[in-house]
Design a protein around this ligand. Structure first.
Ligand SMILES: *Cc1c(COP(=O)(O)O)cnc(C)c1O
Length: 368
């Protein structure tokens, strides 16, 4: 069965091979007589699923040994509260606002700590990333928050800031929800990373947190126990019942990622090569066209989420209807910014982007 190409920003496409395997395991996982959904999270069957998923993710993302990987719930939006509850000590936290998601994080943090706006790209409608040398970092911040890929605005950090070089001794917190596993991560610059799984790792319901061990154990006293990173870590993410089925599906995605190759590259390095090629194909077409436009400064463009506009917006509905008829789904832009958005996560093959470019071309030709 071939399915349409799904450009959803999230919950997003999952590789066919993963869904096929999950379907065949549905009633009876590996001769256990149980669906994964029906297993005790502490039983040996689920523990083996959990341990493999964690080890595979650690390998894929090259997470160093002094970081814990936590499988939690609540998504990125809950982390906007959970991170300050655990790391802020009610003190100052620096935020760099580069789009809708970091702006949400900045606002939520005010309930728990003293957020300080170190830089904002709002005056450019979030089409740029302020250069790190211009950030007004606080002397005593408990951490610095950035969103490394803004899913709605389509801007992405191409490298992580070196906070020490900027005179800050605070740990860096990154919201990597929408580009985790799409490119390598320089962990020497990171204190904590969090992301919901439903963009690039699997189904909604699972939140991945990767945290440096020395940052554990500083939670505020009214931090809910189930959201206390130290308690979660000390209990192997089983302080409460983890989202078992979502972990299982994400685990299958991790195996799929490990099997991906591009020439001599494997895993995330292969995905990074492929994702770069996919994004270049789409941006090159948009940039040469008089009919469509992407407004993000070239150096800040996301490889994962590519917002674009028809210069004549009265054609939007016709564009979306035609796309759907060609098997190109969920291209409508986020309601806050309008226009279109193509999310081309790891599960999107090059052929999907080629099909999109070919549709863009045909639609343009028929309207001209
Ligand atoms: C989707 C998204 C979130 C929010 O995720 P929820 O699961 O809805 O809480 C946060 N940050 C980024 C960058 C996202 O893409």
């Amino acid at each position: 069965m071939t399915r349409p190409y799904n450009f959803s920003a999230g919950p997003a496409a999952i590789p066919d091979a993963v869904l096929v395997e999950a379907a065949s395991d549905m009633l009876d996982w590996h001769g256990s007589g149980m669906s994964v959904m029906e297993m005790s999270h502490r039983g040996k069957e689920f523990m083996s699923i959990y341990e493999e998923a964690e080890a595979d993710l650690r390998e894929l993302l090259a997470v160093p040994a002094h970081f814990k990987i936590l499988f939690m719930q609540g998504g990125g939006i809950a982390e906007n509260a959970i991170v300050p509850l655990n790391l802020s000590q009610e003190g100052t936290v620096d935020f760099v606002v580069t789009g809708s998601w970091s702006q949400k994080s900045f606002k939520e943090a005010a309930q728990f700590c003293k957020p300080h706006l170190a830089a904002s790209a709002q005056s450019t409608q979030f089409t740029t990333i302020p250069s790190a040398s211009s950030w007004q970092l606080s002397a005593q911040a408990n951490y610095v928050h950035i969103c490394t890929n803004e899913t709605i605005d389509g801007v992405e950090f191409q490298q992580l800031p070196d906070l020490k070089a900027l005179g800050s001794h605070a740990p860096l917190v990154i919201d990597f929800s929408s580009h985790v596993a799409s490119r390598s991560i320089d962990w020497t610059q990171v204190g904590l990373a969090f992301g919901g799984a439903q963009k690039n790792l699997g189904p909604a319901g699972l939140t991945v947190v990767v945290v440096r061990e020395d940052l554990l154990g500083h939670a505020m006293k009214h931090c809910p126990s189930a959201f206390n990173y130290k308690l979660v870590a000390d209990n192997g993410s089983m302080f409460n019942t983890p989202p078992t089925y979502a972990i299982y599906i994400a685990g299958l995605v991790f195996k799929w990622l490990k099997s991906q190759t591009e020439n001599e590259l494997r895993g995330v390095a292969a995905m990074e090569r492929r994702n770069t090629a996919k994004a270049n194909l789409l941006y090159e077409y948009l940039d040469q066209s008089q009919f469509y436009e992407n407004r993000v400064e070239k150096a800040c463009r996301s490889r994962m989420n590519i917002p674009f506009y028809l210069r004549d917006e009265s054609r939007n509905d016709a564009f979306l209807a035609g796309a759907k008829a060609r098997g190109l789904l969920q291209l409508k832009g986020h309601k806050s910014v309008g226009g279109m958005r193509a999310s081309i996560y790891n599960a999107m093959p090059i052929a999907g982007v080629e099909a999109l470019v070919s549709y863009l071309q045909d639609f343009e030709r028929h309207q001209a």
